[in-house]
Design a protein around this ligand. Structure first.
Ligand SMILES: *Cc1c(COP(=O)(O)O)cnc(C)c1O
Length: 407
């Protein structure tokens, strides 16, 4: 990709210059969290040095500029995901918060004993456990879309899971453990044929794939700032206005109310109804800078670059003795999960760390996926917009070394 200025991009990320264990850092744990460009780091500094104040409250100057900056993020998010309306964007603390919010509020309003909720076999724990908690609480039933040996969801089985008790479907766009890109537009249409709303976990998708919530016709969508080059402690819940309005509030507190008396409290309108208490202000404000950063390069350009790197990584990783790829779906993004058979992922991870190479080893918060493949965990290399072929080469030689030592 000739117009993709990788040298400039890498120079935007100060941490990429550091060494780990005396070796240049090779950061391939982007599925867990991405590094931050100086544009975001500087914005955090700037917030505390020049703006710090609570939002949505004071009439004083600093409170106004903080509030305005916080609302700029909402606007940028709206444009980024192409939401129809600004107040359909709820600022959360992250994906986990967003899913728990929907599970609690939707559950309270619409889930009754015997109702059914559909999730998939490849979900992150944060898209499993909140639904299990809701099912326990309400006496509802969790149904699971099965997955085949490649890590693809069984679409025929999915369509067959629906019945008159089905109330909600929740699945991931991209699997954090396998890299599978699910055919979400089609899956959403299937749910809508049964008049069932869909929650989309886009935590591993927004930073890699252009998303248009109106085109997908998705009902709710959640993601985290820290996996898209933004700060930790901020995320987004998108919801269609009518659905959000139909839900009761989540937490009670400041900002989410219109009027409070001991006799009766009236709730604020969207989006504030779901934003109780002081938010993570600096993270909320600085998420806008991460979105700007992605937009300046262009999500499509990022995807094309990462796809090329992904193919390169696959072809090179085949050189490793005993390598077994976990997740071989036809459509995948950025996540490469594998094992060196005859070794434990943890031991390989320790050797890679000694060489300055950061990967994740373990179950990746997706134990049911590991159970289905009959393995305790994998080694996961996950790519971001600043990775290079040199990073992949370093990984491959580190794995060669690990294989020599451990096999
Ligand atoms: C990381 C991740 C989550 C949880 O995100 P948090 O930022 O930890 O709340 C949920 N789903 C997927 C697919 C993820 O990758």
């Amino acid at each position: 990709m000739s117009n993709y200025d990788i040298t400039r991009i890498r120079s935007d990320f100060p941490i990429l210059k550091r060494e780990v264990n005396g070796k240049p850092l090779v950061y391939l744990d982007n599925g867990a969290t991405t590094q931050k460009p100086k544009q975001v780091i500087d914005a955090i500094d700037h917030y505390y040095a020049d703006m710090n104040s609570n939002v949505h409250r004071g009439v004083h100057y600093l409170s106004q500029i903080s509030t305005d900056a916080f609302e700029v993020t909402r606007q940028k998010v709206k444009d980024f995901i192409h939401a129809a309306q600004l107040h359909e964007v709820i600022i959360t603390s992250g994906t986990t918060h967003g899913i728990n919010l929907i599970a609690t509020c939707f559950g309270q309003a619409f889930i009754h004993e015997g109702d059914e909720i559909i999730i998939s076999a490849m979900e992150h724990h944060s898209n499993i456990v909140p639904w299990q908690m809701l099912c326990d609480f309400k006496g509802a039933v969790l149904r699971v879309i099965p997955m085949d040996e490649h890590g693809e969801l069984d679409q025929a089985a999915y369509a067959n899971l629906f019945n008159e008790r089905t109330k909600l479907v929740s699945f991931t766009y991209v699997s954090n453990a396998l890299g599978t890109i699910n055919p979400v537009k089609q899956m959403i249409a299937t749910a809508h044929q049964h008049n069932v709303p869909v929650v989309l976990d886009a935590a591993q998708a927004v930073q890699h794939i252009k998303i248009d919530v109106q085109d997908l016709d998705v009902d709710f969508m959640v993601f985290s700032g820290h996996k898209m080059y933004g700060p930790t402690g901020v995320g987004v819940l998108y919801g269609k206005e009518a659905l959000l309005n139909a839900l009761p509030p989540y937490q009670g507190g400041g900002d989410m109310i219109k009027e409070v008396t001991f006799a009766k409290t009236t709730y604020n309108e969207l989006p504030f109804k779901f934003e109780a208490g002081t938010p993570n202000i600096e993270a909320g404000i600085c998420l806008a800078f991460a979105i700007d950063y992605i937009n300046e390069i262009g999500v499509e350009n990022i995807k094309a670059y990462e796809d090329e790197l992904f193919d390169y990584a696959h072809s090179r990783l085949r050189e490793i003795p005993n390598i077994r790829f976990i997740g071989t779906a036809e459509k995948r993004s950025s996540v490469i999960s594998f094992l060196i058979e005859g070794t434990h992922p943890y031991d390989v991870g320790v050797i890679l760390d000694k060489l300055g190479i950061a990967v994740r080893t373990g179950h990746h918060c997706a134990q049911p996926v590991m159970d289905q493949f009959g393995i305790p965990g994998t080694i996961r290399a996950s790519l971001a917009l600043y990775n290079t072929k040199e990073d992949i080469d370093a990984l491959v030689s580190g794995l060669q070394r690990a294989a020599n030592m451990l096999l």
